[in-house]
Write a protein that binds this ligand. Structure first.
Ligand code: FEO
Length: 393
């Protein structure tokens, strides 16, 4: 593999996971990368490692540049095993490197690997001098684990924020100007991994401004490196963290015998006839992580379910559990559904949407067996009503 250089003496030495399609439930349709960075100065530092099966790939990349025995520090920005999985082998290979982490990171590594490595615990503002360059650390608790931290190289204006600003994206190019889909995948990543921590992200973005960190390049631990316009991804994070929305309505549903499906389509027609923008998702025909990417900037989320055994249809129940956990901000929610002999789904959806923090429009769109003409007209009119409400917001 030819060397990938970010600046003089700073290299990408990670691994590309082209065939990954499931990252703990997140559908990674374009694979991912595990990015490690090698900084060769008077002292040598490796920032993050890779998922365990990719250790030989990372080691091969390092060996093309330097003898691994020369590594002085292994910076562990985050304990999660897609980044620390190779750490036991890397520590052994390097022979003398110190593992640098936050206190929570040290505790996490001990629990995962039961190892007693030479270590150095750092806090915000601490620095390690490498020679011409130094590494500065910024603790980033709950972005997205308690142990998380960012590493910054002031002399290069380079931020290494681990999962922050990442994308699950495998490409031949390592930089954002070598792909068309970096921002799309960054939005999906934000929605599925970082959205619950939006208020902390706003705080971190303000902290970066207060610390007057100049940023020429952002090198996350997944996907491509933001070198063309790092300001563009910071701007996008600012917008997503604030919960800014587009005038977009999502109709998300599942169906047993097509009655809820027919209702969903009548609502969609109402939205379209009122000039609104909508997208419709059947929960067993779409990946939930793709739907969440759409939820990120949607103004309204309408959820439909048949009633099964007095409750929700299981795919809808599962989706709502996932949606709630991601705490989407500032959205209108509403429910619709069908039933056989007793309703219940609509009431349960409303409860879940309220728990998710949505402003719920209470509806009476719960119809027995097959919705008739009058009932479908009520769905249609509701679609129009939501479209007008979203336009006026
Ligand atoms: Fe990429 Fe939180 O691990």
């Amino acid at each position: 593999m030819s060397r990938v250089s970010l600046a003089e003496g700073i290299y990408w030495v990670g691994a590309i996971d082209w065939n990954l399609r499931d990252f703990h439930g997140y559908h990674t349709s374009r694979g991912t990368t595990y990015n490690s960075y090698l900084i060769v100065d008077e002292k040598v530092a490796l920032v993050d490692t890779v998922k365990a099966p990719f250790f030989p790939e990372m080691l091969g990349n390092i060996k093309e540049i330097i003898d691994p025995g020369k590594i002085d520090y292994i910076i562990t920005n985050h304990v999660e095993i897609d980044h620390s999985g190779s750490l036991p082998l890397m520590v052994k290979e390097s022979g003398r490197a110190k593992v640098v982490s936050t206190q929570k990171g040290k505790e996490g590594l001990k629990k995962y690997y039961a190892a007693d490595w030479p270590s150095l615990v750092v806090k915000t503002g601490d620095k390690i001098d490498l020679g011409k360059r130094s590494l500065e650390f910024i603790e980033a608790p709950m972005l997205h684990w308690p142990d998380s931290m960012f590493t910054y190289i002031r002399q290069e204006e380079l931020l290494l924020p681990n999962d922050g600003f990442g994308q699950h994206l495998a490409t031949t190019g390592r930089f954002d100007d070598e792909t068309e889909v970096a921002m799309e995948e960054a939005a999906k990543y934000y929605a599925n991994i970082l959205m619950p921590f939006s208020s902390l992200i706003t705080r971190m973005l303000n902290k970066i401004k207060d610390m007057d960190l100049k940023i020429k390049m952002i090198a996350p631990s997944h996907g491509v490196i933001w070198r063309s316009e790092p300001g563009r991804i910071i701007e996008a994070y600012t917008k997503w963290a604030a919960g800014e929305t587009e005038k977009k309505i999502l109709i998300i549903y599942d169906t047993m015998w097509e009655s809820t499906d027919i209702m969903a389509r009548a609502i969609l027609k109402g939205v379209m006839d009122a000039g609104g923008e909508a997208k419709i998702f059947h929960l067993r025909r779409n990946e939930w992580s793709d739907i969440l990417k759409e939820v990120l900037d949607a103004e309204a989320v309408l959820v439909g379910s048949p009633t099964l055994h007095n409750g929700l249809f299981p795919p809808v129940a599962g989706f709502l559990t996932y949606l709630k956990s991601l705490k989407p901000k500032g959205k209108i929610g509403a429910a619709f559904g069908s039933y056989g002999w007793s309703g219940g789904a609509v009431k349960k959806i409303n409860e879940e949407l309220k728990t998710a923090g949505m402003e719920v429009i209470e509806t009476d769109l719960s119809f027995q067996y097959r919705p008739d003409k009058e009932e479908l007209n009520r769905c249609y009119e509701f679609g129009k009503e939501v479209a007008i409400k979203v336009k006026m917001k």
